[in-house]
Design a protein around this ligand. Structure first.
Ligand SMILES: NC(=O)c1ccc[n+]([C@@H]2O[C@H](COP(=O)([O-])OP(=O)(O)OC[C@H]3O[C@@H](n4cnc5c(N)ncnc54)[C@H](O)[C@@H]3O)[C@@H](O)[C@H]2O)c1
Length: 446
């Protein structure tokens, strides 16, 4: 047999089918979540297409290029069908999903009116919230508890109640970005974390309380924001122990998506980069929250990481060691969700001659994020049903969707979108027992 496209073929056990209902619990029913939920309903009703969603529109090549076999991903791996997806969630405001979507002003009134009877039925559960962690918000629909452990127990009770109505559950954080928190001793082990819950440790933010509740319930957890949330040893341990898959954090939507496309191209061609200035204006609630320096710091750290990892300045000091990377986010209400991003990239070529590239991305933040949130939910549910994935903790193959991918201790994360895409598809081939694709292709020239 030829060797172009085959690699290791180890598979361990069959992926369980996606039978019954998949319950999706969304933390934060804001712009991204309501756009995802309304979008899924619009697709289910045949009103629109799920553009931007790899799980719904993507194909996967199997075998040789001459085989012409490229099924849809959703026909190749057993993913939950959209008709079987059921939503609920938590928010600090009482608005139902129709009201929240109308407030977010992402989807037009005509679309929302068509979906209104369905969207109105989804009402948020009271949230775990503390304004210390999100300075610019103040909600009223909030749980009360004697300590953080008690709040975690209340979230667990919410999950248990929802579990009774569906067959499987996934939790996703699409709530506001919390202030920057450094990992401390409380994050080092499950025992230390649980003690911290009892003692109301200040380094345990609400997002960590939800994540703890989900993972102890054996429920996969995705993090759409850049917070610490599941990115510390106690959560990785819980994830493995309870077969509750996790992945990295912060949806990779606009500017960072472009960065992780362009930077690998410069590196592949050995072009140097001396400066990369990125600025944004946006006027949605996310922009308002990020206007607070402590929340911005969390986002900044997440956005900064990608270039360092892609450029590997320690391997290419002549090209990247002096790179000046600056990121700004400016809250500018008139734009709402329609963010505008500018990048100025100072590059240099042969003999050091300088050049410039300007990128001006007029995007729609939640339109880009909604399909990512959906794909993460569906793929984490797949991971939970896959014997070789469910107990490994971090699902690095989902880095494709994230600004800050998580990876095993000591392993640097892959930020290059094309490596991430190949890793994702090869993981799908691997779990289904198909040959991996290496793109060697010598056998076509035998
Ligand atoms: N849209 C994008 O392109 C994009 C990309 C990457 C990351 N993100 C992140 O996704 C998250 C959601 O973005 P958005 O535009 O929908 O923001 P949003 O402000 O419209 O929605 C966030 C929602 O979370 C709620 N909330 C805040 N704290 C909560 C808590 N503790 N529990 C429950 N609900 C809580 C808020 O009330 C609000 O309804 C943000 O953290 C944002 O940084 C968005």
């Amino acid at each position: 047999m030829g060797t172009e496209e085959q690699g290791s073929q180890k598979t361990a056990g069959k992926v369980a089918p996606a039978t019954g209902k998949l319950g999706v619990m969304v933390i934060g029913l804001g712009a991204v979540s309501t756009t995802m939920i309304a979008g899924v309903e619009a697709v289910r009703r045949g009103l629109a297409k799920p553009i931007g969603s790899l799980t719904q529109m993507g194909t996967i090549r199997l075998g040789k290029r001459t085989d012409n076999t490229s099924p849809l991903i959703k026909d190749f791996v057993p993913l939950a069908d959209l008709k079987d997806v059921v939503f609920t969630g938590w928010d600090i405001f009482k608005d139902n999903v129709y009201e929240a979507a109308a407030h977010a002003q992402v989807l037009d009134e005509k679309t929302l009116a068509q979906l209104k009877p369905y969207l109105e039925t989804i009402k948020p559960l009271p949230a775990v919230f503390d304004q210390y962690y999100v300075k610019r918000l103040n909600g009223t629909h909030v749980k009360k508890g004697k300590n953080k452990r008690d709040l975690a127990e209340q979230v667990k009770a919410d999950i248990q109640a929802f579990k009774k109505t569906v067959d499987r559950v996934v939790v996703i954080w699409a709530a506001s970005t919390e202030i920057f928190i450094e990992p401390t001793a409380v994050h080092e082990s499950i025992e230390a974390f649980e003690k911290g819950l009892d003692n109301n440790d200040i380094a345990i933010a609400p997002s960590q309380i939800y994540a703890y509740a989900a993972l102890t319930e054996g429920v996969p957890f995705a993090n759409g924001a850049p917070g610490l949330t599941v990115d510390f040893p106690a959560m990785v341990e819980l994830s493995k122990r309870n077969a509750a898959p996790i992945c990295g954090k912060d949806f990779k939507t606009g500017q960072t998506l472009m960065k992780t496309v362009l930077a690998p191209a410069f590196k592949a061609r050995m072009l140097g980069v001396s400066g990369w200035f990125s600025t944004n204006i946006l006027g949605n609630r996310d922009g308002e929250v990020l206007d607070d320096p402590q929340s911005f710091k969390t986002k900044e750290e997440s956005k900064l990481g990608s270039l360092d990892y892609i450029f590997q300045p320690e391997l290419y000091p002549d090209l990247y060691k002096d790179l000046y990377h600056k990121i700004r986010i400016n809250y500018y209400p008139p734009r709402g969700d329609e963010k505008e991003a500018w990048d100025n990239i100072d590059i240099f070529g042969w003999l050091g001659y300088p050049m410039q590239i300007k990128v001006n991305f007029l995007c729609r933040d939640s339109i880009l994020a909604a399909p990512i949130a959906l794909d993460l939910v569906l793929f984490l549910d797949l991971a939970k049903r896959t014997p070789s994935l469910r107990s490994i903790g971090i699902q690095e193959w989902l880095s494709f969707y994230l600004k800050s991918p998580q990876s095993a201790p000591g392993l640097y994360p892959e930020h290059d979108l094309f490596i991430q895409s190949m890793k994702l598809k090869n993981t799908l081939r691997h779990i289904m027992g198909a040959d991996l694709i290496t793109h060697l292709g010598l056998e076509y020239y035998d």
